[in-house]
Ligand binder design. Structure first.
Ligand code: IMP
Length: 451
């Protein structure tokens, strides 16, 4: 198997970072395709604990090319901060890193608009991460966005910025009654970022396609999750990007014919941050227990995550809309000690039984979950690395997840460390062909920059 997309099947925070980190070992290239610094995940390895927001965690391995694709919105301040933190811990960032010239930038006014807009929404607020994601994507679609490549053309950057601020300051000051921005100040700030980032800016669509043509294995790293996808999620309580697998193509410039498999990551229960319907949410001590044992607090904002039972309807919908070829189930160990476990098999709304996600948000918020109850297990699963060693009740639970999701399970995570994982089948395959460039003894990175 060559090129693999990894996506979240729930509302984000499924533990994709750990799965990407494990699979990156067998990949040549890791690319982020959507979202921005709203994402956050922690990777624990033998060396240290690393927090990532924008840079693919593949950067921790030597010899992997890590790419921020055109579908990502880049906050240069956050990116430089992340680079600094990683470099301070001894991680090498040089020719192994590239950012798309077509990726859109997050500017200070995006954060200001988001803050003011959320505040003015009252009960309709989405509970965003405050990172300027939505307004930056809105500018992209309105065709007034500034792109990473514009950092290399100061005159054009200045002109676009001035034009945008003429309108945006009016909006901020008159409608929201908050201070606007001085274009010269923002310009100088961004030219400083340009100096720091210029060597990494590239046409990553060309870079990725060349790497694929030369036989490299590419891992497409999704952020957030299917139900936060702007099309398939619980709209409007979603993020502003295509977090489902389709986003891997539009967000990198790699066509669907070059993608071989899609792995969905599902937590063994369900969590959600921010507002929006959550049919299996637990607001009692059981939910609190999951939150505590699962350390369910956001890596980006530190907000507590809402917790609930595993929702088969949610994950089955992710199987369909992403064309999942397999699942990775994470945080199984968090369920250790639960007397009984509930799995949602459908939603009841009045006399109607839903087996698929209703698109109508009002219907979804009024749905009652239909549960099936399975016995829990007492023997700890933390750190278990072989399927055979799992308690029979845990195996039954996983089998039922496969049936409800209509998708096979390839990986099971039983703890935060790389080693605490059961790999039933590696979706990248054990024996892979070496990239053609490596066979010829050249660098696998057709990246023109020198460092
Ligand atoms: P935004 O992406 O900051 O615009 O936030 C929109 C919604 O997506 C909010 O409910 C956020 O809590 C949620 N969200 C965004 N990024 C993540 C993530 O990485 N994990 C979980 N939820 C997220």
């Amino acid at each position: 198997m060559a090129n693999l997309v990894i996506v979240g099947t729930q509302w984000g925070d499924e533990g994709k970072g750990k799965i990407v980190d494990i699979l990156a070992r067998d990949a040549d290239v890791v690319v982020r395709f959507q979202g921005g610094s709203n994402a956050g995940h922690t990777v624990v390895n033998d060396r240290d604990t690393f927090v990532f927001h924008l840079i693919p965690s593949g950067i921790l391995y030597r010899g992997k090319l890590c790419v921020i694709g055109n579908g990502v919105v880049v906050d240069p301040e956050a990116l430089i901060d992340e680079m600094d933190r990683l470099q301070a811990k001894g991680v090498k960032i040089g020719r192994n890193f590239a950012v798309s010239q077509r990726a859109h930038l997050i500017l200070p006014y995006h954060k200001a608009i988001e803050k003011a807009s959320e505040q003015s929404k009252g009960w309709r607020r989405i509970g965003t991460t405050g990172r300027g994601i939505g307004p930056s994507y809105a500018d992209k679609m309105a065709r007034i966005g500034l792109r990473v490549g514009d950092l290399l053309n100061p005159q054009l950057f200045r002109r676009k910025l001035e034009e945008n601020l003429g309108e945006i300051n009016c909006f901020l000051e008159r409608l929201y009654q908050v201070p606007g921005f001085q274009s010269e100040k923002v310009f100088q700030q961004y030219m400083g970022y340009a100096e720091r980032l210029k060597d990494y800016i590239a046409d990553t669509a060309v870079l990725l396609n060349k790497a694929i043509d030369e036989g490299s294995t590419v891992l497409f790293e999704g952020a957030q999750g299917t139900h936060l996808d702007v099309d398939f999620g619980t709209y409007p309580y979603v993020t502003s990007s295509s977090a489902a697998a389709g986003g891997a193509c539009t967000g990198t410039g790699v066509g669907p014919t070059k993608i071989d498999a899609v792995m969905g990551v599902a937590k063994a229960y369900t969590t959600r941050v921010g507002s929006g319907p959550f049919p299996t949410e637990l607001t009692d001590h059981v939910g609190e227990g999951l939150q505590e044992r699962g350390r369910e607090f956001g890596a980006t904002t530190g907000r507590p995550r809402r917790c609930g039972w595993f929702d088969g309807v949610l994950v089955r919908y992710a199987t369909r809309t992403n064309g999942l070829t397999s699942l990775a189930v994470t945080k199984l160990d968090v369920l250790d000690g639960c007397q009984e476990l509930k799995l949602c098999t459908g939603y009841r709304h009045g006399n109607r039984l839903y087996k698929e996600m209703p698109s109508d948000l009002q219907v979804l918020s009024e749905c009652e979950p239909v549960y099936e109850v399975l016995p829990g297990w007492t023997r700890p699963t933390t750190g278990v690395t072989s399927y055979k060693e799992l308690p029979p009740q845990a195996k039954r639970y996983l089998n039922r997840i496969e049936e409800l999701a209509e998708c096979r399970v390839d990986m099971i995570s039983t703890g935060s460390k790389r080693s605490e994982t059961i790999i039933l089948r590696n979706p990248l395959g054990p024996a892979r062909r070496k990239p053609a460039s490596a066979r010829r003894g050249r660098s696998p990175f057709p990246h023109p920059k020198k460092h």
